[in-house]
Design a protein around this ligand. Sequence first.
Ligand code: FES
Length: 578
Amino acid sequence: MPTSPPDRDPRRLRSWRWFGPDDLRSFGHRSRLRQMGLAADDAEGKPVIAVLNTWSDLAQCHTHFRDRAADVKRGVWQAGGFPVEIPVLSLSEMFVKPTAMYHRNLLAMEVEEVLRSQPIDGCVLMGGCDKTVPGLLLGAISAGLPAIFLPAGPMLAGRYRDQRLGSGTDVWKFWAERQAGCLAECAWRQLEEGIARSPGTCMTMGTASTMAAVAETLGMTLPGAATIPAVHSAHARLAAACGRRIVEMVWENVTPASILGPAAFRNAIVADMALCGSTNAIVHLVALARRAGVALALDDFDRISRVVPVIANLRPAGAYLMEDFHDAGGVPALLSRLHDHLALDCPTVNGRSLGENIAGAEVLDADVIRPLDRPLDAAGGTCVLRGSLAPDGCVIKPTAADPRLLVHTGRAIVFRDYADLKARIDDPALPVTPDSVLVLQSAGPVGAPGMPEWGMLPIPQRLLAAGVRDMVRISDARMSGTSYGTCVLHVAPESAIGGPLALVRDGDLIGLDVPGRRLDLLVEDAEVTRRRAEWRAPPRRVHRGYGSLYLDEVTQAPDGCDFRFLEAGPDTPEPDIF
Ligand code: FES
């Protein structure tokens, strides 16, 4: 933490290399600022702040970002900086197919190159809808410039008649009722009108909310930023505060590397577990850590999961929504309950330690943020399993599962890919019972490709109508953070590269033992060996462009699904200015 005022000599600025020297190239740069109507006083010698905006007409969670970018710029001007708004890839979790995860690394690459190649001293990262959070942070870590994250904030709670609705979570529940024939067409239409009522991200503890809380705990946001509702006037004030703070961060040289050490990542896992956060957070945190040069393994998550109770009573695991969490004190209040599990001396973007930021934080509703001795679950926000079906690991969120199924042995019903699942899941001839184990293959990083959120396999209609609402489901896919059920996810190695999941056949016995952290294919070794000898990789689905790069370079889920060539390595040199 700086103890004396920083040196504000403009020659210290990275952008000075573009604008400062008395040479032909800098003349060109300055004359082009004049072309944009900017006088010397407007820009030169000031920190140039990139406002990286993931707004687009198809980014439904970021529709307020044009206004917020203006708020950020106001803050930058106030603090003596020069703001430049730069659009970067907008990744709508809803509209981008096959999945926004497929493009997370593309956003990360864009952010890194946009920052490195231009006269930029620091940046405000404007994201929120699931993959935009890790995408922006991954790029900013690799670029190495001062960066502050501005979360989009959750949308308003949904509403249907007298019920509050949670994004995703309640949609799945009502869809199950509709599939079971218990919900009329007109009610379904009313749900469509009421489930998403404002700008902002999904307001359950889905991936967006989890990653915002993770970013705050890592120290990459201002305190309290993760939960401010998108349409709250405090969100506009937060945006301006980010603009003011990033200017100071440039002078103080507060970079992601100075914040994101091993202890910061452990703190983030503690928060994730206490929130019963999205399983997706595991993949993203591993990728972020690797970019920051920090080793993080699945076992780190399981170790912390065993000792940190779930104390956030938020859907899908609990009862409340993000507005309630914010009003109960948000992330600072949550962390104040967890201080014995946290490294409180970790630095954060506001120049203070995590401990200083949460000192004085108060829990204002003890049913939303439970005391440690009255948790939602004593442990196990996300558990890591291993066994003959997942030698490199897989994950499950037990709090969102039917406890009756956490130890279960059943016979497999295998779907060779998502198209097969869609075609057959409701086939009356499917020999499925409530005790069956539904298995989906070819849904991993390479197989799908992109590891879509297909892991909450639908319950067959026939069983829904009979009252079944949960079954054991296993795949190498991910699952929406808003989803629930006994879904074993991220099975690694994935089936498309020959993991044991590829060798499962209809009728095989599968053993799930969450307390014992096991997932096993209960088939004779000789038979497994025979199947392995017969196995052939599915044909490659993409042969050119970004997709080809993706298939060649993506790592498996336990390694973060980053591209191998993007993981931490020697510093990339600054661009030459000729
Ligand atoms: Fe954007 Fe859920 S669809 S956060």
